[in-house]
Design a protein around this ligand. Structure first.
Ligand SMILES: CC(C)=CCC/C(C)=C/C=C/C(C)=C/C=C/C(C)=C/C=C/C=C(C)/C=C/C=C(C)/C=C/C=C(\C)CCC=C(C)C
Length: 599
């Protein structure tokens, strides 16, 4: 016989297990806290209402099939409040995690107020109507009770996060509808099995499907909406904290300071915050999207705060690289490099050592008027974005980047593998180091452990950066030569150094070297990259747990390019992998390959 407890075991818990398995690479402490927080509110808010409505006889239970009853409500039903919240939350995580919260902020005060107050006025009318029609013993009692119970929560949520939610209608709708349909289906099964029974005297006796009263379907729809709206409130508040670190300076923690900050961030309307900050982030996202499909795809694997700052960093590296590359005159290149160096000097003016970082945001004294005349709008946006997160980053990697640009300006040749590794260290090892700092600061650990230059993790992160740069160089022999007249292939690989350098850097006709040679050079660099990769990948274990799978998947997606180069008959101009391949590598790395680093 199907009892209420068996019903949970058969229809609810297996679904939770499957969903938990699917979302586990994306679960972090903040997500767990969020689900616990909303579940807690669901229990607190629903308990008095459920007791009242059962006391008034809206629905009943066969007493002999229950574990226990507290007040008027079976224990299994209290458990159901939590289980429904967990199912909807896990599903919502899967549907809604792919977009960056600040892209959904509305900075226009007029439209913000309209979107905020019109639904609140309607919901107030719903609440009052519900109160008047919920007369005990009448056909509208159950419907009325649902209306006056649910409307105040919607009003509260809409006040703080309505504007955020309307921009996420599709993902919110999918987050609501799929669990609602499932819950309605199992509700029909439960009603048929007489696990609970609806009182015909206090309902409208309208049916949306066979054995499914209108109020039941409405109830599951509205409670699922309630959970999704509550989760969106949390996401909006967290998005505000991640975007405006200077106004909301505390890192995640389960303590009163952080909860207070989250409440402030929830209540604060987005129009009261600077739109320049979100515009700068949008520009950075655009730069990334255009520059690297692989990195763009990989960024989605990280939780929103980490993703945001990685994008800002990547865009800064790309923009500064282009500033130098786009100039043809060496003197102008040097002037531009001075501008970048001046900016980095100002950004880190008060640091005591190369790896000194701050834990509390502060505004660096940057002479923005000067850069206004030196940089384009896109470059300014990227410089401003990086200045907001620089407080927790060390200065050394930025100077290494500059050393890499210096190398390019001087047109220094890469003589041997030692040179190759040094150059890769400058331009990519530095980025690897910065990525570790982003992950440590933006992850959800209470304790923020800062690493120094000599730390094992930093050394391995540099190595991983080098690996990715080697892959880059191995892939771009043609484009580096044709577009920039540059060659990073070590001259020690070449049969006739002088002639080949002339072909690559002066004539810019790399194809005249022939496919065999080009493939030989790229294969040697890929072998070097593979050696370094197997030596550094184990350090993933030292990163925060929730980032390990994503880091592995991100590097594997990028390394997927090596098989694209190697499997090609000829040397491809710019090898790439398809979207489907990226998805496959991402899934395989997240769910299978990363197990050894996570458990
Ligand atoms: C079916 C019918 C009707 C009948 C028969 C019998 C039964 C089966 C019953 C059942 C029942 C159930 C399942 C119920 C459930 C319920 C639920 C789920 C509910 C929910 C609710 C929720 C809520 C209220 C939520 C809310 C939220 C909020 C308010 C949020 C907020 C947030 C914020 C403020 C943010 C910030 C944060 C921090 C501070 C951390």
């Amino acid at each position: 016989m199907l009892t209420y407890a068996n019903f949970h075991l058969t229809y609810i818990l297996p679904v939770i297990c499957v969903l938990a398995l699917i979302v586990h690479p994306f679960i972090n402490r903040s997500e767990i806290f969020k689900i616990g927080f909303i579940s807690g509110i669901a229990v607190l808010y629903t308990t008095p209402w459920d007791n009242y409505i059962i006391m008034r006889g809206a629905w009943t239970f066969p007493a002999d099939q229950l574990i226990a009853v507290i007040g008027y409500v079976p224990v299994e039903e209290y458990i159901f409040f939590v289980l429904q919240t967990v199912i909807v939350s896990l599903w919502h995580l899967l549907c809604a995690r792919w977009s960056t919260p600040c892209l959904h902020f509305n900075h226009d005060k007029r439209s913000y107020q309209l979107i905020r107050w019109i639904p609140i006025a309607v919901l107030t009318a719903v609440m009052v109507t519900g109160y008047w029609i919920s007369v005990p013993g009448t056909g509208t009692f159950y419907l009325g009770c649902i209306m006056w119970w649910i409307a105040p929560v919607y009003i509260f949520i809409w006040y703080g996060a309505g504007n955020y939610i309307v921009t996420k209608l599709t993902s919110s709708a999918v987050s609501v509808l799929v669990p609602t349909v499932y819950l309605c289906w199992i509700d029909q099964i439960a009603l048929k099995a007489n696990i609970w029974h609806i009182n015909v005297g206090t309902s409208l006796n309208l049916f949306v499907a066979e054995d499914l009263p209108f109020e039941e379907a409405l109830f599951f729809l509205l409670t699922s909406i309630c959970v999704v709206l509550g989760l969106s409130c949390y996401d909006k508040a967290r998005g505000m904290c991640e975007t405006y670190s200077h106004e909301f300076p505390h890192r995640f923690g389960i303590n009163l300071t952080y909860l207070n900050q989250m409440c402030r961030a929830f209540i604060k309307p987005e129009y009261a915050m600077s739109s320049v900050v979100t515009d700068d982030i949008k520009t950075s996202i655009e730069i990334l999207r255009e520059a690297s499909k692989s990195f763009n795809a990989a960024s989605f694997l990280f939780q929103s705060g980490i993703r945001l700052d990685l994008i800002i960093l990547y865009a800064f590296c790309r923009v500064t690289d282009n500033i130098i590359d786009d100039e043809t005159d060496v003197l102008r290149k040097k002037c531009k490099l001075n501008v970048i160096e001046k900016f980095v000097n100002e950004l880190f003016a008060d640091r005591k050592s190369d790896y000194d970082v701050k834990t509390v945001p502060y505004t660096a004294k940057v002479d923005w008027a000067y850069y206004q005349s030196e940089l384009t709008g896109e470059e300014m946006a990227s410089f401003r974005a990086v200045s907001r997160i620089a407080f927790y980053l060390p200065r050394k990697p930025f100077y290494e980047l500059i050393a890499g640009y210096q190398w390019d300006i001087e047109g220094r040749l890469v003589r041997n593998e030692e040179d190759l590794l040094l150059y890769s260290s400058y331009v990519a090892g530095s980025v690897g180091t910065l990525c570790v700092y982003v992950m440590l600061y933006r992850c959800d650990n209470d304790v923020y452990d800062v690493f120094g230059e000599d730390d094992y993790v930093i050394e391995k992160a540099r190595q991983m950066g080098r690996v990715l740069q080697l892959v880059n160089i191995a892939r771009d022999i043609i484009t580096d030569s044709e577009t920039l007249g540059r060659c990073y292939v070590p001259t020690e690989y070449m049969d006739d150094e002088e002639q080949e350098i002339h072909i690559l850097c002066n004539e810019k006709k790399p194809r005249s070297l022939g496919n065999k040679k080009l493939k030989k050079y790229s294969t040697r660099m890929i072998h070097l990259a593979n050696k370094l990769q197997s030596d550094s990948v184990g350090a993933i274990r030292c990163l925060p747990r929730e980032t390990r799978g994503s880091v592995l998947a991100a590097t594997e997606i990028y390394r997927g390019l090596t098989s694209a180069i190697q499997s090609s008959q000829t040397y491809p101009t710019r090898a790439s992998i398809t979207k489907l391949e990226r998805i496959f590598i991402g899934i395989y790395s997240l769910y299978v390959k990363s197990i050894q680093y996570v458990v």
